[in-house]
Design a binder for this molecule. Structure first.
Ligand code: G1P
Length: 274
């Protein structure tokens, strides 16, 4: 039912300079696989094979990654190196990819609105590739959320408890607990100060969004940091109808920070590569 997944990938990744000076941050590898490829695999596992990527200047290697490289593939064909390409080949075979460019960085909400042309009028998943989510031996976070969507048919955000002194880095929600891991959102604030945070439940980069979100973003005024925030549009959606927050099963690594990136690398090396 959910076929499309949006990947906003136009941001600069300044925290990883100089590595990201000419390379998209989404191409930073955790062990030997770029971050965005983990995200696309997660989307595929959730049944979303139409991958819609919002890119920007200097991001062309993303498109090349999800395409064949004849020269290289010819060169290693028949050697034992060929199996290093088996994961990416399988992703390319199973997915279709479309791209649009965000010309100006006006916030995550603006990036989502830019993606409307690829998504059209249907519910969709969204992955922020620098949040790496791994659920060893179980369904990925997006697959868990897609399952919930079947039941609730409304937008869903993934949340996790974070220490109080970290709430200022996230969209933060509060609301009514429907079950142990599911909350009907009543309040949502983008990057609040510790004193203003409605709880310590932080949104992480996995969303299911219903298409009415586009009109809501359209009507959303610039918020935190002077940017159009998806969190503000989701708050409007929660007030009009329903938005759920889901405490997912699995590990999440903030690969937009050096510490999270190193942690993810060690975790993946230990659990996925050895
Ligand atoms: C974005 C969202 C924020 C969310 C976070 C998750 O912020 O605006 O609500 O908590 O992603 O990673 P960013 O990290 O892009 O500043």
């Amino acid at each position: 039912m959910l076929k499309k997944c949006l990947f906003p990938a136009a941001g600069y990744g300044t925290r990883f300079l100089p590595a990201t000076k000419s390379m998209p941050k989404e191409m930073m590898p955790i062990v030997s696989k770029p971050l965005i490829e983990y995200g696309v695999e997660e989307a595929l596992q959730a049944g979303m094979s139409d991958i819609c990527i919002v890119t920007g200047r200097g991001k062309r290697s993303l498109e090349d990654h999800f395409d064949v490289n004849y020269e290289l593939e010819h060169q290693i064909s028949g050697t034992d190196k060929e199996n290093l390409l088996s994961d990416i080949r399988s992703v390319i075979d199973q997915c279709s990819f479309s791209y649009t460019r965000q010309r100006e960085m006006k916030g995550l909400g603006h990036a989502v609105l830019t993606g409307q042309t690829l998504i059209g009028d249907q519910p969709f998943g969204m992955v922020l590739a620098d949040d790496l989510c791994i659920n060893l031996g179980g369904p990925g976070v997006l697959a868990q959320m897609a399952q919930l969507y079947k039941q609730f048919r409304c937008s869903i955000v993934a949340v996790q408890e974070v220490p109080e002194d970290e709430v200022h880095k996230y969209g933060v929600i509060s609301g009514q607990y429907i079950s142990e891991d599911l909350i009907r959102v009543e309040n949502m604030v983008e990057k609040p100060a510790k004193e203003d945070a409605p709880s310590n439940l932080a949104i992480i980069g996995r969303y299911i969004l219903t298409p009415d979100i586009f009109d809501l973003i359209h009507d959303t005024q610039p918020g935190k940091g002077g940017e159009i925030q998806i969190t503000d549009a989701l708050m409007a959606q929660a007030q009009r109808g329903c938005v759920m927050a889901y405490k997912f099963k699995g590990e999440r690594f903030d690969c937009g920070s050096i510490e999270g990136f190193i942690e993810a690398t060690n975790y993946c090396y230990d659990n996925l590569y050895t």
